[in-house]
Design a protein around this ligand. Structure first.
Ligand code: KG4
Ligand code: ZN
Length: 340
């Protein structure tokens, strides 16, 4: 039996999870609400709140797993990419925990972990063991990244397309800010969009070569669109919130899926997946499911709790490294930037 404790602290969620033989038996996520008032994550505040939350989160994860601290075989932590101050808290905790309990330490790449969340069992209704087969293509969309990844094996991944400027999550959050919605705006755009007409307003689709993305032009066009309409009607946004959100969401989703479709053809894959915080978006989930049916793809969409940042994905990635005995020493340091 192998028990791995996972620790995630790369941005503004402090999370701890226990993985027993490949099953996630606890996944405690402490959200930080302090950043709402600033319209974005304030790195210094994030690391201080991680310091407050990390020990209670670990205690809770261990208690919920109904295990003893002494039963844990290894501790896995997010080494990067992320905010350095935030990563330092999780890394330092994991190193101390490994040292005190005389167990190995496992480093995990946050972007790989978002994808490896698909190997957590019981995510697909009707078939608890359904998981993507290598090689598959994953669209990873979060607050910091937008990538099309060719996944050849658990830890053999190649980024074949990525954003040249803003990430998809930033596109949601920054346009939400233009609409005076609080941070993070992605889930709110999703909520309003459910009631709106996605064809009401037309926003441009950028013409970018290869499998890359760009969202900064869309953001600017939305900014001008709102500014011009508000000049004529100061209540334009409030009166048309649902239609505006639905139209923005539809455009972001079409930008993502048009490139994803191109990539799936190019790499000739049958299994496709989405990962990262934006994969919680209902418009993206529905559009991808529909596209997959048309294209004959097997589609993998994670459970909501494994879309946004969580330690479950770190624990499952750590478990697969544990099986390979892939450990790191106490001299390991976090990395704000970390390639695949
Ligand atoms: O993966 P994640 O939790 O953190 C990063 O690693 O960045 O992603 C956070 C991002 C935020 O930009 C947030 O607005 C977005 O995911 N997000 C959503 C939804 N839920 C979270 N965007 C659109 N619709 C959602 N339902
Ligand atoms: Zn993330």
């Amino acid at each position: 039996m192998a028990i791995v404790l996972g620790i995630e602290s790369s941005c503004d969620e402090t999370s701890a999870s226990v993985c027993i033989d490949g099953e996630i038996v606890s996944n405690i996520i402490a959200n930080q609400t302090i950043h709402e008032q600033y319209g974005g994550v304030v790195p210094e505040l994030a690391s201080r709140v991680h310091q407050q939350n990390i020990i209670p989160a670990v205690h809770q994860a261990i208690a919920q797993a109904k295990i003893n601290k002494k039963d844990i075989d290894a501790v896995a932590f997010t080494r990067g990419p992320g905010l350095l101050g935030s990563l330092l808290v999780g890394t330092s905790f994991a190193k101390a925990f490994a040292l005190a309990n005389e167990i190995p330490l496992i480093e995990v790449n946050h972007m790989q972990a978002h994808i490896l969340a698909h190997f957590i069992p019981n995510q697909h209704e009707g078939n608890p063991n359904k998981k993507p087969e290598f090689p598959f293509l994953c669209l990873t969309v979060s607050g910091g990244h937008t990538q099309i990844v060719l996944v050849k094996d658990y830890f053999d991944m190649e980024v074949v397309g990525e954003t040249l400027d803003d990430a998809a999550g930033e596109a949601f959050d920054k346009t939400a800010k233009i609409l005076n919605l609080p941070y993070p705006g992605g889930p709110l755009i999703d909520k309003y969009a459910r009631e709106g007409n996605p064809d009401k307003y037309k926003f441009p689709e950028p013409q970018i070569s290869d499998l890359n993305f760009s969202f900064s032009g869309l953001k600017t066009s939305i900014l001008y669109f709102i500014r011009d309409h508000v000049k004529e009607n100061p209540n334009f946004v409030e009166e048309n919130m649902a239609d505006i959100c639905a139209s923005i969401q539809q455009r972001i989703v079409s930008i993502l899926l048009n490139k994803f479709k191109k990539a799936a053809k190019l790499y000739n894959v049958k299994d496709v997946a989405i990962a990262g915080g934006v994969s919680a978006n209902s418009g993206l989930r529905n559009a991808l499911t529909e596209l997959a049916q048309k294209q004959g793809w097997n589609v993998f969409i994670p459970k909501f709790e494994f879309c946004t940042d969580n330690a479950g994905m770190i624990a499952i990635a750590g478990y697969h490294k544990y099986l390979k005995q892939d450990f790191v020493g106490q001299d390991v340091a976090p990395l704000a930037r970390m390639g695949m």
